[in-house]
Ligand binder design. Structure first.
Ligand SMILES: [Zn+2]
Length: 329
C-alpha cells in the first residue's frame, strides 16, 4: 500500500471520530444535575447576536477539520458560519441555561453591575471548559484507535499526548476559577475586578476567558494560571468593552494592559484589538465588516497568528490594525 492510501485511511478515521464526538451527549455542567446539556447560545439570548449577524450568519475564525499530516499549516481560517454553529455549545440543560442567567437575560443586563459581569463571564468560562473537554475527547479517541496508532508517525502521537496534558491542566485551572466565580456569586465577595466601558466601535463580539499574558516564568510556580477576561458586547450604536481578572491571581502585565485600555485613543483600538484577537478563538464579526478588510491585510493577520502559534509566551502582537477605517462609529 502506498503513502497516499495511508493518508486517506487516516483522514477517514479522523473525520469519523470528529463526527462522533460532535454527536456525543454531554452532561449539564450545573452541579448535581444529571440532565443532558442542550446547545446553549452564548449571545443570542442577550440579543447581542443581532448586532453581529446578517441573515443569521457571521464571520468567525474556525478550526479546520483535523488533518492527517498538514501540521505546518495554520489550523484556523475565517469562515462564514450560521449563528447556531458560531456561538453554541452543549453546556447546560434547558432548565439551568434559563434559570442560571435569568438576571442578565430579561433585558436588564447592567454593564456596571459586577454581579452581572461575573454571571456573563461565568457562562463564557463554562463554555471554555466544555470546549476543552470536547477536544480532549477527540484526542483520546484518536489515541485509542488501533489503526491510527499504527499509521500515525510517533511524533504526531507524542504531540497529541502533550496536547491532552496541556488541555487537562487548562481544565483544572478553569475549574478553580469556576469555583471562585460561584463563591463570589453566592457571597457577593469581590475577588474579581472589571473595567467596563463603552467604545465607539461596531460589528464585533468577543466572549473570552483565557490565560493570555502567560509567560514562561509563570510555569515555575505551582499556582493556577492567571485568567484574563475579555468581552466585547455590541449594542445598538456602541460596543461595551469588559476586561477583568481575579484580584489574588494577577500579574503586572495584565494590570498594565488593562490600564492602557483605560486611556487608549480611538486610533489605538484597532491595533490593540487585533493583538488580542490574534490570540483568541471565541470572537466573530458582521460579514459586511469582513468583506471590507483587504485580502492582503487578512493574510497579514494569519501571519501574525502563525508567528505566535505554538509559542508558550502569550502576548498580544499589536503590529497590525485589521480593522483600519472599518469598525469605528
Ligand atoms: Zn441542569
Amino acid at each position: 500500500m502506498d503513502v497516499s492510501d495511508d493518508l486517506r485511511r487516516i483522514q477517514t478515521i479522523l473525520n469519523k471520530i470528529h463526527k462522533n464526538v460532535l454527536e456525543e451527549k454531554w452532561p449539564c455542567m450545573c452541579h448535581d444535575c444529571h440532565d443532558t446539556a442542550v446547545d446553549c447560545h452564548l449571545l443570542m439570548r442577550n440579543g447581542i447576536l443581532n448586532f453581529v449577524t446578517e441573515n443569521g450568519r457571521l464571520v468567525a475564525l474556525r478550526a479546520k477539520k483535523p488533518a492527517a499530516f498538514k501540521q505546518e499549516e495554520l489550523p484556523f481560517s475565517f469562515k462564514l458560519v450560521g449563528n447556531r454553529e458560531a456561538v453554541s455549545l452543549p453546556i447546560f440543560c434547558n432548565t439551568h441555561d434559563t434559570s442560571l442567567f435569568k438576571e442578565i437575560e430579561d433585558g436588564s443586563f447592567d454593564f456596571q453591575n459586577i454581579r452581572h459581569l461575573l454571571l456573563y463571564s461565568y457562562r463564557t468560562l463554562c463554555s471554555e471548559i466544555r470546549r476543552k473537554e470536547i477536544i480532549v475527547e477527540q484526542l483520546k479517541r484518536e489515541l485509542n484507535s488501533n489503526i491510527l496508532s499504527e499509521l500515525l508517525p510517533i511524533e504526531i502521537i507524542y504531540a497529541k499526548k502533550i496536547s491532552i496534558a496541556g488541555l487537562l491542566k487548562g481544565i483544572e485551572d478553569m475549574n478553580y476559577y469556576r469555583n471562585q466565580m460561584e463563591t463570589n456569586l453566592q457571597t457577593l465577595s469581590d475577588d474579581f475586578v472589571f473595567l467596563s466601558k463603552p467604545l465607539p466601535l461596531k460589528g464585533i463580539y468577543v466572549s473570552s476567558v483565557s490565560t493570555l499574558f502567560y509567560d514562561e516564568q509563570d510555569s515555575l510556580s505551582e499556582k493556577e494560571l492567571n485568567i484574563f477576561i475579555f468581552h466585547l458586547i455590541p449594542q445598538n450604536n456602541y460596543t461595551q468593552l469588559v476586561l477583568g481578572y481575579h484580584k489574588k491571581h494577577v500579574n503586572d502585565r495584565i494590570k498594565k494592559y488593562i490600564k492602557r485600555w483605560e486611556s487608549a485613543s480611538s486610533k489605538e483600538y484597532g491595533y490593540m484589538l487585533t493583538g488580542l484577537l490574534s490570540q483568541l478563538e471565541s470572537w466573530g464579526m458582521r460579514p459586511s465588516i469582513f468583506k471590507q478588510i483587504p485580502k492582503a491585510r487578512i493574510n497579514k493577520f494569519y501571519a501574525v497568528i502563525a508567528s505566535n502559534f505554538n509559542t508558550i509566551r502569550q502576548y498580544p502582537d499589536e503590529s497590525l490594525d485589521l480593522f483600519d477605517g472599518i469598525i469605528n462609529t
